[in-house]
Write a protein that binds this ligand. Structure first.
Ligand code: COA
Ligand code: UVW
Length: 328
């Protein structure tokens, strides 16, 4: 069974409830319909029912439609937000205002246990999805930095694990330091283990392979690799590696002949968000890869972002992964 079928089947078996806060977007509505028809998850859509053409069809499929502006839960959520953030300057009035915003309302639904997860970002910038998530659900125990990964599925490609490669961080941390990069690598290895059957093989990417270039940008990755190996000695990880040395066996033989990861990496850790975000979009658009994500890593409850360039199928796939995160 292929990867997408498998995650959708696993989600189906878990029967979680996921809120989609961006009910004004047609792709979100199409995704809600697919999810409900295929019984991948129970869905709550946040929208103004009277302005939603598809409302009767969605409701007949079991999709719940809620308007944060008229919801009976609004006052309860405003109080919850106020209690969680009053020591950071939140007032009750400000909390009441924020609760009317579907993204904040959706995150509060997750925090309150009314749904198992949220997927948004089809029309909302990444920072506006993660800021409320960080402030309200916060990080999972033992996690210092929340990050994200994209599962890239490259057609007709044998590199990685039969064309499946996790890229991180492509959405959250603009310029992680060495400690943070090591932590992102460990989180991404865990994401790989939760989705794939084979072992993660982690490449810490740079524009240098094993000392071929000297620069402080390279030093950051060398240091991150050292920390990663100290903190997670059981993981198969190596760096610093260029992308070709990480992925292509013939290049690895030349550039890093003694590496256990070079030439067979299936997890790529990018040195910063410029590289990660540009890198995933190039592979998605030029190699026509399916890009599933960004899959958040290290939040205390599953809240996931989307690219504003996503289609309905991309949303369904991220919802399926959100259901799997909710079972962990
Ligand atoms: C995600 C992002 C919004 C966080 O920004 P920020 O300015 O640090 O946010 P805030 O200062 O409002 O911090 C909010 C909370 O999140 C926490 N936080 C921020 N980044 C965090 C991270 N990576 N992991 C865990 N917690 C984090 C802060 O500690 C703070 O906690 P507190 O208020 O309870 O003390 C920011 O890193 C960002 O914009 N990243 C780039 C997103 C982007 O544009 N991606 C490109 C397209 S995908
Ligand atoms: C993940 C990402 O790059 O999101 P967007 O395309 O919406 O900026």
């Amino acid at each position: 069974m292929d990867f997408i079928k498998k995650i959708r089947e696993r989600a189906k078996a878990s029967q979680k409830t996921i809120v989609l806060p961006e009910g004004s977007d047609e792709r979100v509505i199409s995704a809600a319909e697919i999810i409900a028809r295929e019984k991948i998850a129970k869905v709550v859509v946040l929208a103004e029912k009277e302005n939603l053409e598809a409302s009767s069809k969605l409701e007949s499929l079991g999709v719940q439609i809620l308007n944060p502006k008229t919801s009976p839960k609004s006052e309860e959520y405003a109080n919850l937000l106020y209690e969680l953030r009053k020591n950071k300057g939140m007032t009750l009035d400000k909390a009441r205002e924020l609760v009317e915003d579907p993204i904040w309302y959706g995150v509060l639904m997750v925090k309150n246990g009314d749904v198992d997860g949220m997927v948004g970002g089809a029309i909302t910038a990444t920072s506006d999805i993660f800021r409320p998530a960080f402030q309200i659900v916060k990080t999972a125990p033992g996690i210092s930095v929340v990050s994200s990964a994209f599962m890239m599925i490259v057609p007709n490609c044998e590199l990685g694990s039969a064309g499946h490669i996790l890229f991180a961080d492509c959405a959250i941390n603009p310029n992680p330091d060495s400690e943070q990069l090591a932590s992102i690598a460990i989180s991404t290895a865990n994401t790989w283990k939760s989705l794939m059957e084979d072992e993660p093989r982690i490449a810490m990417l740079s524009f240098s392979t094993k000392g071929s270039a000297q620069n402080e940008l390279v030093d950051k990755v060398v240091e991150a690799t050292k920390i990663l190996k100290q903190q997670a000695p059981d993981l198969l990880a190596d760096g610093e590696l260029q992308a070709d040395a990480a992925l292509v066996p013939q290049v690895a033989k030349l550039k890093a002949p003694d590496s256990q990861v070079a030439g067979r990496a299936n997890v790529l850790i990018f040195p910063d968000l410029n590289a990660g975000n540009i890198g995933y979009k190039l592979v998605q658009r030029l190699a026509k890869a399916t890009a599933i994500g960004p899959i958040s890593q290290g939040l205390a409850a599953p809240i996931n972002d989307l690219s504003r360039g996503c289609n309905a199928d991309d949303i369904v796939n991220v919802v399926a992964i959100t259901c799997l995160q909710a079972t962990q």
